[in-house]
Design a protein around this ligand. Structure first.
Ligand SMILES: Nc1ncnc2c1ncn2[C@@H]1O[C@H](COP(=O)(O)OP(=O)(O)OP(=O)(O)O)[C@@H](O)[C@H]1O
Ligand SMILES: [Mg+2]
Length: 308
């Protein structure tokens, strides 16, 4: 059976409040899996892209769905939950230090697996389905099982499944719970895109190479372990290779760097580039993202960075 060419990311897109420095707040939309889809949307111009989540029915949810649509991103069969609303976070700047305050405990996205048939439909016939450890952390046990079932089913029909563990300790009840669930996610993923400091914290890996070895034991065949300004560790066809990052002297804001790296890597792979070339393009794209404020860079700058 031939699989479609559409792509999907699954998770939570939040409202983002950022201070403009003059006492006013600017409203945006961001969230790890959404940021990755944003990059793929920019780079894969001839593919349909959907953000698979759950949405509320308040004016802010409507505004978020409209924002996605204006940028060429659909919502597939994502449920609309009466009385629910989006999660929210605010970025506070104290000098160059950023801190985040979250209101997300009862966000609509936590119900993204509340309708198993709708979720299965949203993920059917995809070239790629992308999710993260944050997607898993906001779900209860039963919802997580529903998502895993839908991903396994899509994968068995040819969908490429990609995963970033993106460990955020505050979202988990315990490190053991996070380890267990992330292990299950790795077992059903074709491509893993973690960041070394997250893995070091959760699993105690001593080096990116050790992270790769653990991923390989979990059954992952292709992986890139990012490491900030240091080289990424690429694992493909049983071999490990180091891919240096771009030197950036004028970094403004590293928010979303890892997410855009993932989006560019996956876009490059879908365009037929080899893993080494895909990782090099991903570094260039992430380097462009850390030169702009916020998680989302304009489509044009993403395309420019990716292509050169
Ligand atoms: N200081 C930097 N200089 C150059 N490139 C950077 C820098 N920081 C990040 N990058 C680029 O971004 C990629 C991802 O960075 P990092 O490992 O910090 O991701 P992350 O922790 O997953 O980020 P986040 O989850 O906050 O989006 C790196 O592989 C590199 O390409
Ligand atoms: Mg990350």
């Amino acid at each position: 059976m031939k699989i479609g060419n559409a792509i999907a990311a699954i998770g939570e897109c939040m409202l983002e409040l950022s201070a403009d420095g003059q006492g006013a707040w600017r409203l945006g939309h961001a969230g790890d899996t959404f940021n990755t889809l944003w990059t793929m949307r920019a780079l894969l111009t001839d593919r349909d892209a959907d953000y698979v989540s759950a949405f509320g029915d308040d004016p802010f949810s409507e505004q978020q769905i409209a924002f996605l649509r204006e940028n060429g991103i659909g919502t597939a069969a994502s449920p609309k939950i009466a009385g629910a609303r989006p999660g929210l976070y605010a970025i506070t700047l104290d000098g160059a230090e950023r801190s985040f305050t979250y209101w997300r405990a009862d966000s609509a996205a936590r119900q993204l697996a509340s309708d198993p048939a709708a979720l299965e439909k949203s993920l059917s016939d995809r070239a790629l389905a992308y999710f993260s450890g944050i997607t898993l952390a906001i779900l209860d046990d039963a919802s997580r099982e529903t998502l895993f079932d839908a991903l396994r089913s899509a994968r068995s029909r040819g969908t490429l499944v990609a995963f970033d563990p993106n460990h955020r300790p505050r979202l988990w009840q315990s490190a053991n719970a996070a380890q267990d669930v992330i292990g299950q996610a790795l077992a059903l993923s074709d491509i893993a895109l973690p960041t070394f400091p997250d893995e070091q914290q959760l699993f105690g890996d001593a080096s990116p190479e050790q992270t790769v070895e653990r991923l390989a034991r979990a059954g992952v065949g292709e992986a890139v372990v990012k490491n900030g300004e240091d080289a990424a560790c690429l694992f493909t066809d049983g071999n490990i290779k180091s891919v240096p990052a771009i030197r950036v002297s004028d970094a403004v804001d590293t928010t979303g760097a890892g997410d855009s790296f993932n989006g560019a890597y996956l876009a490059a792979r879908l365009l037929g580039h080899e893993p080494g070339e895909a990782a090099a393009r991903a570094h260039r794209t992430a380097a462009a993202v850390i030169r702009v404020r916020g998680a989302l860079a304009p489509f044009e700058s993403l395309r420019e960075a990716f292509a050169i």
